[in-house]
Design a protein around this ligand. Structure first.
Ligand code: PLP
Length: 396
C-alpha cells in the first residue's frame, strides 16, 4: 500500500522500542531489569477499581457526551480549584483517551502548516511528533544539566519569532524530573506577556509525583491564563495508565475545537473509566501520596547510586520517576569488541552487558544522556545499579 506522506517521518518511540527489546530478551529466558518504562509499577488503588465495577453494574456502558460526563467535568473543575487554586468552568474542560490524546487534540486544533512551536529539550518525544503531524515546525531549545535542564527567560525570549504559535513543556518533566518553581515560572511568564500571540501547553501529568513541595502551574499568572492549556490525567498520579483518561482545561474556543475534533475521532473517552476517575479525583489522595513517597525513596537511592559511578554525572530529579544522567564521558570507550560512540550504543551496551533496559537521551532531544525510570521495585533497582556500575567500569 502507498501510505500517507504524513507518516513518513514519524518514528516508533525509543521508549516503546526498548520495552519491546527487553520483552524479547525476557521471552528468551534472559533476566532483564526494565528501567525503560514510563509507567508506575503500582496497581490502581482498590476504591477506584470498585467504582468502575459499580459503574458497569449501574449501566454506565453507553456513549458518553463527547467532552465528558458532566459529573467528571465538575470533579475536574473542583480538583483544579482544590489543588491548584485555579478557576475553570466545566465547559472549559474536556476529557480524552489519555493525556496523549488531549495533547494531540490541542496541537491539531492550534497548529497550521509552518507555524512554529517552541519545545525546550529534553522533552517528551510525542510533542514534536504531534507538531509534525499538524505540519508545524518544532523549534528546540537545548537546556543543559547545569541549569537542571530548565529553560531560562533569556533562552525563551531569543527563541520566540513572529511565526511562534505555541510553546509546549512539562513540569514535572519527563525525561528529566525537573520541576519549575513558582519564581522560575513567573520569570518565563514575564517573557510570554510580551508575546500575546503565543499559546502555552502546560503538561502537568506528573503533578502528584513531586518531591519538591506543592505543584505550580503557569496558568496561575492571570495575564497568561486565557492562553494556557493545562493537560493532565489519571495515568501517573493514580496508577491508571491502562484506563486511558486525560483531560485539558483551557480557553473555551480551544476546548470547543478539541470537542469538534474528538467527535470525529473517538466520540469521547471510555464511560467506565470516566466514572472511576470521578471517584479517584474526589477521594482522599493518600494512596497517591503513598506512591509519591515510595518514588521519592527510590529517587534517593538511584541518584545516590549514579553519583557513585565514575564518569556519570546525574541531576537530582524533583519530580516524576526518571533520572536523566549525563553519560557522554563514555563516548569513545570500548569493552572487548563493543565500542561506544553515542548514547544509543551505551543504552544497547547496558541492555546486553548489564541486562538493564534504559532509553537513550536522543529520544528526548539530549544525546549526552540516558533515561532511567525508577518505576520499579527496590530489589530490581538495587540489582540494576550494581550491574550498571560493573558494566560501566569495564569501559576503557
Ligand atoms: N505527558 C507526559 C510528559 C508523559 O510522560 C506521558 C506518558 O508517558 C503523557 C503525557 C501521556 O499520558 P497518558 O497515559 O495520559 O496518555
Amino acid at each position: 500500500m502507498q501510505l500517507a506522506q504524513r507518516l513518513a517521518t514519524i518514528k516508533e518511540p525509543q521508549t516503546i522500542r526498548m520495552a519491546k527489546l527487553s520483552r524479547e530478551m525476557k521471552a528468551k529466558g534472559i533476566n532483564v531489569t526494565d528501567l525503560s518504562l514510563g509507567e508506575p509499577d503500582f496497581i490502581t488503588p482498590e476504591h477506584i477499581c470498585e467504582a468502575a465495577v459499580k459503574a458497569m453494574n449501574e449501566g454506565y456502558t453507553k456513549y458518553p457526551p463527547v467532552a465528558g460526563m458532566p459529573d467528571l467535568l465538575n470533579a475536574i473543575s473542583a480538583k483544579l480549584k482544590r489543588d491548584n487554586n485555579l478557576d475553570y468552568e466545566p465547559k472549559q474542560i474536556i476529557v480524552s483517551t489519555g493525556a496523549k490524546q488531549s495533547l494531540a487534540n490541542a496541537v491539531l486544533s492550534l497548529i497550521d502548516p509552518d507555524d512554529e512551536v517552541i519545545i525546550p529539550t529534553p522533552y517528551w518525544v510525542t510533542y514534536s511528533s504531534l507538531v509534525q503531524l499538524a505540519g508545524g515546525v518544532s523549534k528546540f531549545i537545548r537546556c543543559g544539566i547545569e541549569n537542571d535542564f530548565k529553560l531560562t527567560p533569556d533562552q525563551l525570549e531569543a527563541a520566540i519569532s513572529s511565526k511562534t504559535k505555541l510553546f509546549i513543556f512539562s513540569s514535572p518533566c519527563n525525561p528529566t524530573g525537573s520541576v519549575y518553581t513558582r519564581d522560575e515560572l513567573a520569570a518565563l511568564a514575564e517573557v510570554f506577556k510580551r508575546y500575546p500571540y503565543v499559546a502555552i501547553i502546560s503538561d502537568e501529568i506528573y503533578e502528584y509525583i513531586n518531591f519538591a513541595g506543592g505543584h505550580e502551574s503557569i496558568a496561575q499568572f492571570t495575564e497568561l491564563k486565557d492562553r494556557v492549556i493545562i493537560v493532565n490525567g489519571m495515568s501517573k498520579g493514580f496508577a491508571m495508565t491502562g484506563w486511558r483518561l486525560g483531560y485539558m482545561a483551557g480557553p473555551l474556543d480551544v476546548v470547543q475545537a478539541c470537542e469538534k475534533l474528538q467527535a470525529q475521532i473517538t466520540s469521547g473517552a471510555n464511560s467506565i473509566t470516566q466514572r472511576a476517575s470521578i471517584t479517584a479525583l474526589l477521594s482522599d489522595l493518600s494512596p497517591t501520596y503513598k506512591m509519591r513517597d515510595t518514588f521519592k525513596q527510590r529517587r534517593d537511592f538511584v541518584t545516590q547510586s549514579l553519583m557513585e559511578m565514575p564518569g556519570v554525572v546525574t541531576n537530582h530529579p524533583q519530580g516524576a520517576f526518571y533520572a536523566f544522567p549525563h553519560i557522554s564521558s563514555f563516548f569513545g570507550k570500548s569493552a572487548g569488541d563493543t565500542k561506544i560512540l553515542n548514547d544509543e550504543d551505551l543504552s544497547m551496551y547496558l541492555l546486553n552487558e548489564a541486562r538493564v533496559a534504559t532509553v537513550c537521551g536522543s529520544a528526548f532531544g539530549e544525546p549526552d544522556c540516558i533515561r532511567i525510570s525508577f518505576a520499579a521495585g527496590m530489589e530490581q533497582l538495587e540489582a540494576a545499579m550494581v550491574q550498571m556500575k560493573a558494566a560501566l567500569a569495564k569501559l576503557q
